[in-house]
Design a protein around this ligand. Structure first.
Ligand code: ITT
Ligand code: NA
Length: 194
């Protein structure tokens, strides 16, 4: 059964595809031939995730999900959070975002942060949310070149290297996205079994 993943981020697709389980086949917007830029106008990950899945459901009437992820830094009162993708401004690169964040944390002792992923799933017309959190610390400098986004400056608790120094399999032992996706997968595996 097809399940459309309402995202334009190919890294997210790669990370999630293998995690959803065998009953559902994850189809990216690109694979579905859908070209759409979905706005994220709200102040919470939940609302933005819901906006994305609702837009795709309105367009296709198919089962679908989306996710919104933010990096919440303690010393910055949870920023960049929901604004993580455009922290340095609209159209700026991941490197610009990283630079802005490292600058904001110069001489700041408390490096604690968390990635939080919220998935919005619309299945058989009803909506469900799943959350995954990964706690860790922000490094002083960038390390590693795997992954994407803020991976090169985030070390998850229990590890001694950044997400960008890990193969995907290792990132998935810690990752926010993996945790949220596992909850969705477990929910999906129960559908229709009673
Ligand atoms: P969508 O099409 O799904 O909205 P997006 O790239 O715009 O894709 P978000 O709105 O969720 O994604 O923005 C999330 C921001 O946080 C963006 O800058 C990402 O690079 C970053 N990010 C998300 N997940 C991450 C992860 O696992 N590791 C590092 N950075 C991540
Ligand atoms: Na986005």
């Amino acid at each position: 059964e097809d399940l459309i993943f309402a995202t334009n981020n190919k890294n997210k697709v790669e990370e999630i595809k293998s995690l959803v389980g065998s009953r559902f086949k994850v189809i990216s917007l690109k694979d579905a031939g859908i070209e759409i830029d979905i706005p994220e106008p709200f102040d919470t990950l939940e609302e933005n995730a819901a906006e994305k899945s609702k837009a795709i459901h309105a367009l296709t009437s198919k089962n679908c999900f989306s996710e919104d992820t933010g990096l919440e830094v303690d010393a910055l009162n949870g920023e960049p959070g929901v604004k993580s993708a455009r922290y340095a401004g609209e159209g700026k690169s991941a490197d610009d975002n990283i630079e802005k964040l490292l600058n904001a944390l110069i001489d700041v002792q408390n490096r604690k942060a968390q990635f939080r992923t919220v998935i919005s799933l619309i299945i058989n017309g009803s909506e469900h949310f799943f959350e995954g959190v990964c706690e860790g610390v922000i490094t002083e400098v960038k390390k590693g070149n795997m992954g994407f986004g803020y991976d090169s400056i985030f070390v998850p608790n229990g590890a001694d290297k950044t997400f960008a120094e890990m193969q995907l399999e290792e990132k998935n032992k810690f990752s926010h996205r993996k945790k949220a996706t596992e909850k969705m997968a477990s929910f999906l595996s129960r559908i229709g079994k009673n």
